[in-house]
Design a protein around this ligand. Structure first.
Ligand SMILES: *[C@@H]1O[C@H](CO)[C@@H](O)[C@H](O)[C@H]1NC(C)=O
Ligand SMILES: *[C@@H]1O[C@H](CO)[C@@H](O)[C@H](O)[C@H]1NC(C)=O
Ligand SMILES: *[C@@H]1O[C@H](CO)[C@@H](O)[C@H](O)[C@H]1NC(C)=O
Ligand SMILES: *[C@@H]1O[C@H](CO)[C@@H](O)[C@H](O)[C@H]1NC(C)=O
Length: 366
C-alpha cells in the first residue's frame, strides 16, 4: 500500500518535472525564434498569423528610447543601414531624431517612407549651421572631418528637448545587440555622458601601428599650448571615442555641457589647441577636455571600432565581429566603399535606395 502511494507520488513529481522542462524548452525556443534575424520573414510557431515583418511593424509601446543620428547626403545609405540594424534587433520603442541638411530631407524622407523603415518612429531636424559660426575654423570647413553635422552631438538637449536620457550614434555603425541594453547602462551619479575608452582591450586590438598615437589625450590636444597646460590634464590619459554616446540630458543641461564645448571650439579657432597630427574627428578634442575624468564607460562590446582603419578590421576574427553588440567603421574605409573589411556584415542591413541615387561600391557590381 505505502509502496504504491510512494510510486504515485514519484509519478506525479516526474510528470510535473517533465512539464516544467517542456515548457522551459518551448519558451526558450520561442525566445530564440524572436531573436533570429527578422529579415527572414519566417512564421512564428506561436503567432501563426503574423510574419516577423508584421511583428516588427506592430506599434511599439513603452518607454521611448531616443536615438540621435545624422544624415549626410553623400552617405545617406549609412544612416539607413544603421537605423535598420537598431530597429530590427530590438522590440523597444525606439524614436530616432535624424539631424540633416535642408537639401537632404526629401531624399531621406523618400528612402524612409518607401521601404520597410516606413513605420520607424522618427523626427527629421534641419541643422542650423549658424550654431557653428565662429566656432570652427573656416579653412577646415571643407575637410571631411569638420562637416557641420559632426557637431550635432554637442547639441543633444537642443535636438531632444523632452528626453532625460538619450543615445547618440555615428552613421558608420551597425548595431547587432538590443539597443535597450545600451540604453539601460547606468551612468555614474554626476556624469552627463558615457563613452567607450580607447584603451580597452577589445578596441586597442584594432589600433594599427602607424595610425598615430590616438588612444590618449596627447594624440588629440596640443599640450604645448598654455591653455591646455593650465587645465592640468595628464597627457597620457586614455582618450575615448565619441561615435557612441549615452547621455544623461538632465546632467548635460545642469552642467552646461553644450556651452562648455562651444567655449573650447571658439578657443581652438583662436589658439589652435588641437594636436597637429589629429587624423580624424575634430569633435573629439573639446569632448576630451569637457569630460576629462568626468564620464562613465560603455561596455567595450557595445563599441567595437576601427573596422574602417587600414587592414585593422581584419585583425578581428569573424567570431569576435559576430559577438560584438555594435560595430563601428571609423577610419577611411567605409563599408559602403570598395576596400572595407566586413562589408558583408553591413550589407545585411542596407536597404537599397528607392531613388537609385546611392549605391554601395561593390567589386562585382560596377
Ligand atoms: C533557456 O535559456 C536560458 C538563457 O537564455 C538558459 O540559461 C537556460 O539554460 C535555457 N533552458 C533550457 C532548458 O534550455
Ligand atoms: C529648405 O529649402 C527649401 C527649398 O529649397 C526652402 O524653401 C526652405 O526655406 C529651406 N529651409 C531652411 C530651413 O533652410
Ligand atoms: C540623470 O541625472 C540626474 C541628476 O544627477 C539624476 O537625478 C537622474 O536619475 C539621472 N537619470 C538617469 C536616467 O540616469
Ligand atoms: C550654467 O549656465 C548658467 C547660465 O549661463 C549659469 O547660471 C550656471 O551657473 C552655469 N552652471 C554651471 C555648472 O556652469
Amino acid at each position: 500500500m505505502t509502496l504504491r502511494r510512494v510510486n504515485v507520488v514519484i509519478l506525479i513529481l516526474l510528470a510535473v518535472a517533465f512539464l516544467i522542462i517542456v515548457q522551459r524548452n518551448l519558451l526558450n525556443l520561442s525566445d530564440f525564434l524572436h531573436k533570429e534575424s527578422p529579415d527572414a520573414g519566417m512564421v512564428l510557431p506561436f503567432e501563426a498569423e503574423l510574419s516577423l515583418d508584421q511583428v516588427q511593424d506592430m506599434e511599439r509601446k513603452g518607454e521611448e528610447i531616443p536615438v540621435l543620428i545624422t544624415a549626410t547626403e553623400d552617405r545617406l545609405g549609412a544612416v539607413i543601414a544603421a537605423m535598420n540594424s537598431v530597429y530590427q534587433n530590438s522590440k523597444a520603442n525606439v524614436v530616432f531624431t535624424i539631424v540633416t541638411m535642408n537639401d537632404t530631407t526629401d531624399h531621406l524622407r523618400m528612402w524612409l517612407s518607401q521601404t520597410k523603415l516606413k513605420n520607424v518612429k522618427h523626427k527629421v531636424i534641419i541643422f542650423n549651421q549658424e550654431l557653428l559660426s565662429g566656432k570652427i575654423p573656416k579653412d577646415l570647413k571643407t575637410t571631411e572631418t569638420s562637416k557641420p553635422l559632426a557637431f550635432a552631438r554637442f547639441y543633444l538637449p537642443l535636438f531632444i528637448p523632452e528626453a532625460e536620457k538619450a543615445i547618440y550614434l555615428d552613421d558608420d555603425i551597425i548595431v547587432q545587440g538590443d539597443i535597450q541594453e545600451l540604453f539601460e547602462a547606468n551612468l555614474k551619479p554626476g556624469h552627463a555622458a558615457a563613452f567607450s575608452e580607447d584603451c580597452d582591450s577589445a578596441s586597442s586590438k584594432g589600433i594599427v601601428r602607424g595610425a598615430g598615437n590616438q588612444n590618449n589625450y596627447i594624440g588629440f590636444l596640443d599640450f604645448k599650448k598654455e591653455s591646455i597646460k593650465k587645465l592640468g590634464m595628464r597627457a597620457n590619459t586614455c582618450s575615448f571615442n565619441p561615435g557612441v554616446i549615452i547621455a544623461n540630458l538632465t546632467e548635460w543641461r545642469n552642467q552646461n555641457i553644450t556651452q562648455q564645448l562651444e567655449h573650447w571650439m571658439e578657443r581652438n579657432t583662436q589658439e589652435d589647441l588641437y594636436s597637429k597630427t589629429l587624423a580624424e574627428s575634430v569633435t573629439t578634442p573639446p569632448l576630451l577636455i569637457v569630460f576629462y575624468k568626468r564620464h562613465s564607460s560603455i561596455d567595450p562590446l557595445w563599441h567595437v571600432r576601427h573596422l574602417g582603419t587600414t587592414g585593422a578590421g581584419n585583425r578581428y576574427s569573424p567570431q569576435f565581429v559576430k559577438a560584438a553588440k555594435l560595430l563601428h567603421w571609423n577610419g577611411h574605409y567605409k563599408p559602403w566603399g570598395r576596400a572595407s573589411s566586413f562589408s558583408d556584415v553591413w550589407d545585411k542591413w542596407f536597404i537599397p535606395d528607392p531613388t537609385g541615387k546611392f549605391h554601395p561600391v561593390r567589386r562585382h557590381s560596377d
